[in-house]
Design a protein around this ligand. Structure first.
Ligand code: PEP
Ligand code: MG
Length: 575
């Protein structure tokens, strides 16, 4: 019988395939006595050798697919397999206690994991995950069962998991992974954002029922509607195959808009840009007709590795992005670490409220060494294209002034060293904290542009964690408070002749675009996969009319009133 689950459509499209479940539970072996301990040790060594070969192969393919930085994580895994503290302790345990290799491996690795997890040091705590991963692989070899490996999947599948970390998502084999479904998460959790940039259908926050989906069951993921069908009946399957075919046809129709300008029906020009996290995303942005990069989340350059990227490494990445997009603009956001984006190798204190803690620019102003390195890399790369630098998470003017001062200092140092720096770099800030939005008039004279980060602006305005599905009902992009904040930012910028973009997920929402156009937003930056349908929609909208509708929406009292109003007008306009 067909079962249906509902979740949040995080990345559009339809996927039909059998499920592969990424279990987060560890296998617990039974203590078994062995008589020939030497043979057991040999069996263990053999499993380690096979695991090493597997990891080496993954490292090579990750390097080809994702670049050297992302592949470094596997270097660390290989080193663990040679770590005498771990490996000798297991061998000793087999010999002394005459226990099977599985049990010795489990007990020793578990004691390391528990010890590391209890550490204050974030870097050491991060190592626990690596030991879990590597010991799980050796365990699979000992048990003769296939090891779950996202990079190595060979069969077409839809992945189901409690959650996928950004690095899990980065490892997905896109040739076979048709989509994913997670128990937890929201549209703005980073796994959802990555799914959109990889353009694979994804449903997140589908709840605990996800656990009941049997392994290898056939599923339909309709991420356009947020519906999962498990073991669909033949007629349902046929209907979805037809729907998927139509979806594919529509995508090829949209592709015709790739090189068209983004113009409203009454001729107002806006810019549709892409949000990227990795250099690989740039090609996808170009293929989807992006008129620029509106948000380069540089923190992804810092992830999936064991140490901070050097100035040279960063320079190479920024130069690549700028050259590839030139003369189109590239807005590069300085490091935004914290919240749900962790860097295990940085020794950051654990915070009770990480989203309200020392995130992003707050951390950069404190750790000036790493901030200055990034600024230098950006400034050096600036002569290779159309660079705009953007600071995240600004609450007060002093933060902006300080960040600009450090940028200026690094620029002067470079010029004194005889290094060329572009004279045309625009410097802007994200507006993602309500304090910055309501005082946008104070910031406007100090910046070249604003980019509204609604993912955070909504969570901070509504005091509703963007990752927590139990308060998702409060996460309301359409709430009057949000529209008012957006209006304030645009008005303040216009007074100073500055432009305003939006790089939060709201900018790519079909339902939000008409009002944002009406409010006078200049640049919409979104996941590459949303650009063409946004261009199509904007072409059907009359900006002047939507400016009047926006005025009316601003007088309304609730999300419901506003959404119904927009829905009513849109159906009148588009049908
Ligand atoms: C935002 O907050 O809207 C944003 C674009 O930044 P991030 O999602 O990376 O926090
Ligand atoms: Mg943000």
């Amino acid at each position: 019988m067909t079962t249906a689950l509902k979740g949040i459509g995080a990345s559009p499209g339809i996927a039909i395939a059998r499920v592969f479940s990424l279990s987060s539970e560890r296998y617990i072996p039974v203590r078994t006595t062995v008589t020939d301990t030497q043979q057991e040790v040999a069996r263990f060594r053999e499993a380690v050798a096979v695991a090493r070969k597997e990891i080496e192969a993954i490292r090579i393919s990750a390097e080809e697919k994702l670049g050297a930085e992302k592949a470094e994580i596997f270097e660390g895994h290989l080193m663990l397999l040679e770590d005498p503290d771990l490996i000798d302790a297991i061998i000793e345990k087999i010999g002394i206690e005459s226990v099977c290799a599985e049990f010795a491996l489990y007990e020793v690795s578990q004691s390391f994991i528990e010890l590391l997890q209890s550490m204050e040091d974030e870097l050491l705590r991060g190592r626990a995950v690596d030991i879990e991963d590597v010991s799980g692989r050796v365990m699979s070899r000992l048990r003769g069962v296939p090891h779950m490996d996202l990079a190595n999947l060979t069969e077409e599948c839809v992945i189901i998991a409690r959650d996928l970390t950004p690095s899990d998502t980065a490892q997905l084999n896109l040739h076979v992974v048709r989509g994913f479904i997670t128990e937890v998460g929201s549209r703005t959790s980073h796994s959802a954002i990555m799914a959109r940039s990889l353009e694979i259908p994804a449903i997140v926050g589908a709840g605990a029922l996800v656990r009941d989906i049997p392994e290898h069951a056939m599923v339909v993921v309709d991420a356009n509607e947020g519906i999962v069908l498990v073991n669909p009946a033949a007629d349902e399957l046929a209907a979805y195959q037809e729907k998927k075919r139509k979806d594919d046809v529509r995508r090829s129709e949209l592709a015709k808009l790739k090189d068209q300008p983004s113009l409203s029906a009454d001729g107002k020009r806006v810019e549709l840009a892409a949000n990227i996290g990795k250099l690989e995303d740039i090609q996808r942005a170009i293929d989807n007709g992006a008129e620029g990069i509106g948000l380069f989340r540089t923190e992804f350059l810092y992830m999936g590795r064991s140490s901070l990227p050097t100035e040279e490494e960063q320079f190479t990445s920024y130069k690549y992005a700028l050259e590839k997009m030139n003369p189109k603009p590239v807005v590069i956001r300085t490091l935004d670490i914290g919240g749900d984006k962790e860097l295990p190798y940085m020794e950051l204190p654990k915070e009770t409220n990480p989203f309200l803690g020392q995130r992003a620019l707050r951390l950069c102003l404190d750790r000036q060494d790493l901030f200055r390195t990034q600024l230098r890399a950006l400034l050096r790369a600036s002569t290779y294209g159309n660079l705009k630098i953007m600071f995240p998470m600004i609450a007060v003017l002093e933060e902006l002034v300080e960040a600009k001062k450090l940028l200026e200092e690094e620029q002067q140092k470079l010029l004194a060293e005889g290094v060329a720096v572009s004279e045309a770099i625009e410097v802007g800030m994200m507006v993602e904290i309500p304090a910055a939005a309501v005082s946008a008039d104070l910031f406007a004279p100090e910046v070249d542009f604003f980019s509204i980060g609604t993912n955070d602006l909504i969570q901070y305005t509504m005091a509703a964690d963007r990752m927590n599905e139990t308060v998702a009902y409060l996460y309301q992009p359409w709430h009057p408070s949000l529209l008012r904040l957006i209006r304030m930012v645009i008005t303040a910028a216009e007074k100073e002749g500055k432009w305003v973009g939006m790089c939060g997920e709201m900018a790519g929402e079909q339902a939000a675009i008409p009002l944002l156009l009406g409010l006078g937003l200049h640049e919409f930056s979104m996941s590459a996969g949303s650009i063409l349908s946004a261009r199509e929609l904007i072409g059907q909208l009359n900006q002047a009319e939507w400016a009047a509708h926006a005025e009316q929406a601003l007088t309304m009292r609730s999300t419901q009133e506003i959404t119904q109003f927009v829905e009513f007008i849109r159906n009148g306009v588009t049908k």
